[in-house]
Design a protein around this ligand. Structure first.
Ligand code: CDP
Ligand code: MG
Length: 735
């Protein structure tokens, strides 16, 4: 596999004398020497060149003192109770000395911008300080997080520190999961959930403080929140607003919030040596594994953090690491592998925070979540392949896809910084110094400028914000993207031709789902299959794979999976079959094993389904079931996804109908070999090429029946004739 792709890799065998402890450079000699102790071979080594150290604004003496103090405190804490230990830890955070000053600033100003390095204690401490100072007597203290995992794990930590059960005084709320109660006064939530709360409580009356955290991430929802909270701050002078960020360019936030004062928490950071590969890496996953093992045999203690792009990669990396270390356990320290990504169940997430036992080394394999949202103590080595999975959206074609993209320079610096939080560290970038200089953008583009806005526009319209062109965005989305969203909502029937929300649109907005999915659910009533559609929607919403296919049992897995596709005319029905099969087995875990289905995904789907049924009840979508009618299910899917249709070409590739582009059926689809003439797909993913994922066969006649304003019979017979949406033109819809 390597040879060709990677001519620069040296093939080294391990011969030498003695391991050199504490060697701080990754040199061939050191590696060879280190390996002598072990009877295994790390197959291809990577050569690095060292670059500048990423030193913080730190005063090393002071930090040495701080470290000493920490050790003293740790020793003192050893005798104390768990709760007292936590309080001692709190007092050691960089944020702590500034507690009173911060409270004074919040007292004096309605809006405060807070800037501090990751790990200062912004997220866990500030809401507690405000709680201790009595703000929670006036209303809840809210804190938003861009990521669900962060909201959950931070809330769990704060509940420990406060000394309560999670869900009591401290709770969290994420999509499809509300872990709060009447008692909750410290509420962590995703930015998307706070947006939803606006629908029920447009002035956030139940809150005394709102902290919009991780503002630097500039997620779509955070950006929209900026505009909304800025607005309510004007007519709710009693509401305190905190905007916190891990990066230094806070001026922009300050300026946007009418020159709100900036509160800077002085950083403590140790120098981090940066290493680049000499030549580009063909396979970064493999390179990351090799580098982890190299660190493990060569470097002094300290945990490793690897940044990968998603669950699949993380699982592959975990597997590869386990394979390579199998059988060498007794010869070297234990390697504890701790993955973390959005869909990891919360009990497993806790593993990343568990202290590493002496002699062992922890390897945290994470998505971008570990860049700033989560602080993991004890990391000294960062491995950064330089990629992230990101939305991209082309408003011209209306194409949206999730793809693996190079990170920005700012992002790479944040990642490197994770190695130097508690001691000097090292960061191995699996790309060249030249790439860093010339190929990476300076900053990540805010999500609002690279994503489909359908959902957000629907939400804003439901909040009565009609004039989107003049909404106070910090960085406005491209006009064309806004037009597209309006056009699509119009086509779905959520807006009328004056751009006003219709009754259907109002019902759609109740669902925390993409408008196309929400439309599917509402349309399912008409096709008399709302029970089935609730299941299908839950299954497509869980994120993460449903099927798995272990290499050593590939044939068994394929057979099991084929059963679900038997007689199915697409993946939507297959997913329905999976869920129904599981339900018939009485939701048995054994059933999942036997059928090579991910039990975690299934449990999540069951929860999501329950929630959807509740929402359907609320907007009065009648529950009807028609188990045998697969056409009905596919028609309902079509009613939401008629924009996502494609027709097979002579080449056996597909061409999307509305915004012609060449796409293929994803290899995971049950239709990958069937290649029906017409299909509807759930989403596009861009890997080696543009793939349609979760695909069902349709009849072109359905399109004319379901979306006559978009499709004509003539057009479907002759793809060169395209029909434009009816209506009084785009301008009318925006006004
Ligand atoms: O928000 P910021 O990056 O400034 O820091 P934080 O998330 O409040 O984290 C402060 C400290 O809390 C970290 O250094 C961790 O030691 C600890 N923490 C934890 O142990 N478990 C968590 N789930 C979150 C934080
Ligand atoms: Mg934080």
């Amino acid at each position: 596999e390597d040879g060709e792709g990677a001519p620069w890799r040296e093939q080294e065998t391990w011969e030498g004398e003695q391991i050199k402890k504490a060697s701080m450079r990754v040199g061939a000699q050191d590696r060879a020497a280190a390996a002598a102790q072990y009877d295994f071979v790390i197959d291809d080594q990577i050569e690095f060149i060292k670059d500048q150290a990423l030193a913080g604004d730190l005063d090393l003496d002071e930090s040495a003192e701080a470290a000493e103090e920490r050790e003293r405190a740790a020793a003192a804490a050893a005798a104390k109770s768990e709760f007292e230990k936590l309080q001692a830890d709190r007092a050691l955070l960089p944020m702590y000395p500034y507690r009173d000053q911060l409270l004074a600033a919040v007292e004096a100003h309605q809006i405060v911008i807070i800037v501090g390095e990751t790990g200062s204690g912004k997220t866990t401490q500030i809401p507690q300080y405000l709680h201790e100072a009595g703000y929670s007597k006036l209303g809840k203290i809210g804190c938003t997080q861009p990521r669900r995992v962060a909201a959950m794990s931070v809330a769990a930590r704060v509940a420990q520190e406060v000394g309560c059960k999670l869900g009591n005084e401290v709770g969290y709320s994420i999509r499809f999961e509300d872990c709060t109660s009447d008692k909750t006064v410290l509420k962590y939530m995703t930015d998307g959930m706070l947006l939803r709360e606006f629908l029920g409580e447009p002035d956030l009356a139940s809150y005394s403080v709102m902290m919009v955290d991780e503002a630097h991430e500039r997620t779509l929802h955070t950006d929209v929140l900026f505009g909304l909270v800025k607005d309510i701050a004007r007519f709710r002078p009693d509401l305190k607003l905190l905007i916190s960020s891990a990066t230094l360019d806070a001026e922009k936030f300050s300026e946007y919030f009418d020159y709100a004062p900036i509160f800077r928490i002085p950083g403590r950071r140790y120098p981090v040596d940066i290493f680049y590969t000499k030549a580009p890496e063909a396979d970064y996953l493999h390179a990351a594994v090799v580098q982890t093992l190299t660190i493990h045999v060569n470097q002094p203690r300290g945990d490793v953090l690897i940044f990968l792009t998603g669950q699949e990669e993380i699982e592959a990396c975990e597997e590869l690491l386990k394979q390579k270390t199998r059988g060498m356990g007794s010869k070297m320290g234990e390697l504890i592998i701790a993955p973390i990504y959005a869909n990891l169940p919360s009990d497993l997430q806790a593993k990343i925070f568990e202290p590493t036992p002496p002699g062992a080394r922890k390897v945290v394999i994470a998505t971008n979540i570990a860049e700033t949202s989560l602080t993991i103590d004890g990391i000294r080595y960062v491995i950064d392949p330089g990629f992230v999975k990101q939305n991209s959206y082309n408003p011209r074609s209306g194409m949206e896809s999730l793809m693996v993209t190079p990170v920005s320079k700012a992002s790479a610096q944040q990642r490197a910084g994770r190695a130097g939080r508690t001691a000097p560290g090292m960061c191995f970038r699996l790309y060249t110094a030249w790439s860093f200089q010339h190929e990476l953008d300076d900053n990540t583009i805010p999500e609002i400028q690279r994503t489909n806005l359908g959902n957000v526009v629907l939400m804003l319209k439901s909040l009565g914000i009609n004039d989107l062109m003049n909404f106070d965005f910090m960085d406005p989305p491209p006009t064309q993207t806004l037009f597209r969203a309006l056009e699509q909502l119009y086509a779905l029937g959520a807006l009328n031709d004056r751009g006003e929300l219709t009754k259907l649109g109002r019902r759609m907005a109740e669902f925390p789902l993409d408008p196309m999915l929400a439309k599917t659910i509402i349309a399912s009533e008409e096709y008399k299959c709302s029970e089935e559609i609730a299941t299908v929607c839950a299954m497509v919403s869980v994120g993460g794979a449903v099927f798995y296919r272990p290499k050593d049992k590939a044939v068994h897995a394929d057979n099991a999976h084929n059963n679900f596709h038997r007689g199915a005319v697409g993946d939507h029905i297959a997913l329905l079959n999976v869920f129904n099969g599981w339900a018939e087995s009485n939701f048995s875990t054994q059933w999942c094993y036997e059928n090579f289905v991910q039990v975690r995904s299934m449990k999540r789907a069951r929860d999501v389904r329950e929630q959807l049924l509740g929402l359907m009840d609320r907007v009065e979508v009648q529950l009807v079931s028609n188990p045998g009618d697969h056409d009905a299910v596919r028609k309902a899917v079509c009613a939401g996804y008629f924009y996502h249709t494609a027709r097979r070409q002579k080449t056996d590739s597909y061409r999307t109908v509305k915004n012609p582009q060449t796409v293929d059926i994803h290899p995971s689809s049950g239709l990958r070999e069937v290649l029906p003439r017409w299909v509807v797909y759930h989403e596009l993913v861009l890997t080696s090429k543009e793939f349609m994922r979760t695909v069902s066969e349709i009849k072109p006649g359905w399109l004319v029946e379901i979306a006559p304003h978009l499709y004509s019979k003539k057009e479907l017979d002759d793809p060169s004739a395209r029909k434009m949406p009816k209506g009084q033109g785009r301008a009318a819809m925006v006004a």
